[in-house]
Design a protein around this ligand. Structure first.
Ligand SMILES: Nc1ncnc2c1ncn2[C@@H]1O[C@H](COP(=O)(O)OP(=O)(O)OP(=O)(O)O)[C@@H](O)[C@H]1O
Ligand SMILES: [Mg+2]
Length: 181
């Protein structure tokens, strides 16, 4: 917050852009620490969805050359049934593999959010952007997975450049969610 206030006082645009970049980086680090703490709090036994997401995102670091930022919001371990969690992990894996293989990105953010009765994932990167037309293979599979669950999947350009993959599916009402399936 001190840095955000300072960024407003700095007059040189180049310096304030650098400050803002540093603030974004710090925010990302804070989010990662939070996610890790959540993951560590998951009871012993099979790792929960949060922990599996943290591990998956960390495993992409070597291929990407940088650690993706991870934002986790809402009751991932309480509201998402195992089957949907497995789909979600497969979608994150494909999204990150696309960033590694196609994007030429320097940053990527994986955001997973449970809000109301919806699970939404976004994998964003600052790379070269996705061609409007062209062959779709892994992405087609992601759309089919979403539609089979009554949801949707889109991949398109971000306003500031790069690509955003968005995957969103409905969740069962609270209380029914974590039955084995
Ligand atoms: N994050 C991205 N940045 C830039 N281009 C992308 C990105 N994701 C996908 N693309 C483009 O969209 C195309 C289709 O992606 P899709 O995942 O469907 O297939 P693929 O990755 O080429 O093959 P597969 O997923 O079967 O290994 C890619 O070949 C690539 O050109
Ligand atoms: Mg692919």
């Amino acid at each position: 917050m001190t840095l955000t206030a300072a960024a407003r006082l700095v007059e040189r645009p180049e310096a304030s852009a650098r400050l803002r970049y540093a603030i974004d980086e710090l925010d990302g680090t804070i989010r990662e620490i939070r996610s890790t703490i959540f993951a560590l709090q998951t009871p012993a036994g099979a790792p929960g969805l949060r922990a599996r997401l943290v591990a998956l995102v960390e495993s992409a670091r070597a291929q990407l050359g940088f650690l993706p930022a991870l934002r986790l919001d809402g009751g991932l371990d309480t509201r998402v049934p195992g089957g949907i969690g497995d789909h979600l992990l497969a979608v994150v894996r494909e999204g990150l593999s696309n960033v590694v293989r196609h994007a030429r990105a320097t940053r990527t953010t994986v955001s997973v959010c449970v809000e109301g009765s919806r699970l939404t994932l976004a994998v964003e990167d600052d790379g070269i952007g996705i061609p409007a037309q062209g062959r779709r293979s892994g992405l087609l599979n992601l759309r089919e997975r979403a539609e089979a669950l009554g949801g949707s999947c889109t991949a398109g350009p971000r306003p500031d450049g790069g690509t955003c993959l968005r995957w969103s599916v409905p969740l069962p009402p609270p209380g029914e969610a974590c039955d084995e399936d």
